[in-house]
Ligand binder design. Structure first.
Ligand SMILES: O=C(O)[C@@H](COP(=O)(O)O)OP(=O)(O)O
Length: 277
């Protein structure tokens, strides 16, 4: 943050009489593509029934238990994130909250893996290669090609019409996601947090990993081990005078549940409901 921004931040937070402020990051509930174990990326999959249910049972329950209130919600352009926001807004009576939607919070573009079953791809390319594509810091999956069954729907999704042609991704690793998410985080989201706005960010697995890597300054080698469960809010607290992070990241769900879900996300998984393409 530049010094002018820091000064206005400090003035605002002092006026609001707050010492610290929290920001909550949340991966959407289980999507239909998560359920079928398909690479999803920029494909606009809706939530599964379980996804809708757990957005309420896990995400809302955790937020309520910890008495979290919000002034502002940020989310991506994708339906699975919007449906998660809708559940939270409805269940928690947040109907007048402003919701800012941005493509920079979209899931990583999964390139030509988009739409394919994760197990099927592991059988084709090997488990090691699949895990490199899923979790490495900077190895790009192959670029999406026009023959991919989801190429046209992604390119022609009207929600993406304002994304400039020269930056519309064809594939992304965590590194590219960090590069496109950080401008929004630094110029908008974190400024709001440091001004004292209580912010909820509803996004995707790789976007949450990108933000946690940045916030906690996690090394490229270590970030490969981080897996983000669906529907579990994670909280970061900032000191409003120093603008520095305080305390450790906190998941708002039972520890055992979080661990079990993280292990599930880490695995390549099975041919649950294999989709022929
Ligand atoms: O694009 C996808 O398939 C998943 C992440 O998959 P993995 O990187 O965990 O394989 O993204 P999300 O469900 O968070 O939108």
């Amino acid at each position: 943050l530049n010094s002018a921004c820091l000064k206005s931040t400090i003035a605002y937070s002092a006026a609001a009489n707050m010492n610290t402020n929290k920001v909550v990051l949340l991966r959407h509930g289980e999507s239909e593509f998560n359920k079928m174990n398909l690479f999803c990326g920029w494909h606009d999959s809706p939530l599964s029934e379980k996804g809708l249910d757990y957005a309420s049972k896990i995400a809302v329950a955790g937020l309520r238990k910890h008495k979290m209130e919000f002034d502002l919600i940020y989310t991506s352009l994708l339906m699975r994130a919007h449906q998660t926001v809708d559940v939270i807004v409805k269940d928690m009576n947040f109907t007048n909250l402003p919701v800012r939607c941005h493509w920079r919070l979209n899931e990583r573009h999964y390139g030509n893996l988009t739409g394919y079953n994760k197990r099927e791809m592991a059988d084709k390319f090997g488990e090691e290669q699949i895990q490199i594509w899923r979790r490495s810091y900077d190895v790009l999956p192959p670029k999406i090609v026009p023959e991919n069954p989801f190429y046209s729907t992604i390119r022609n999704n009207p929600k993406f019409k304002n994304i400039p042609e020269n930056i519309f991704p064809e594939t992304e690793s965590l590194k590219e996601v960090i590069a496109r998410v950080l401008p929004l985080w630094e110029c908008d989201i974190i400024k709001e947090v440091l001004k004292g706005s209580r912010v909820l960010v509803v996004a995707h697995g790789t976007v949450v990993r990108a933000l946690i890597k940045h916030i906690d300054d996690i090394a490229e080698k270590e970030i490969t081990e981080l897996n983000i469960p669906n529907s579990v809010p994670c909280v970061f607290e900032y000191d409003l005078k120093t603008c520095k992070r305080v305390n450790k990241m906190q998941y708002l769900a039972n520890e055992e549940y979080v661990k079990k879900e993280q292990e599930k996300v880490a695995k390549i998984g099975d041919y649950t409901e294999r989709k022929k393409m």
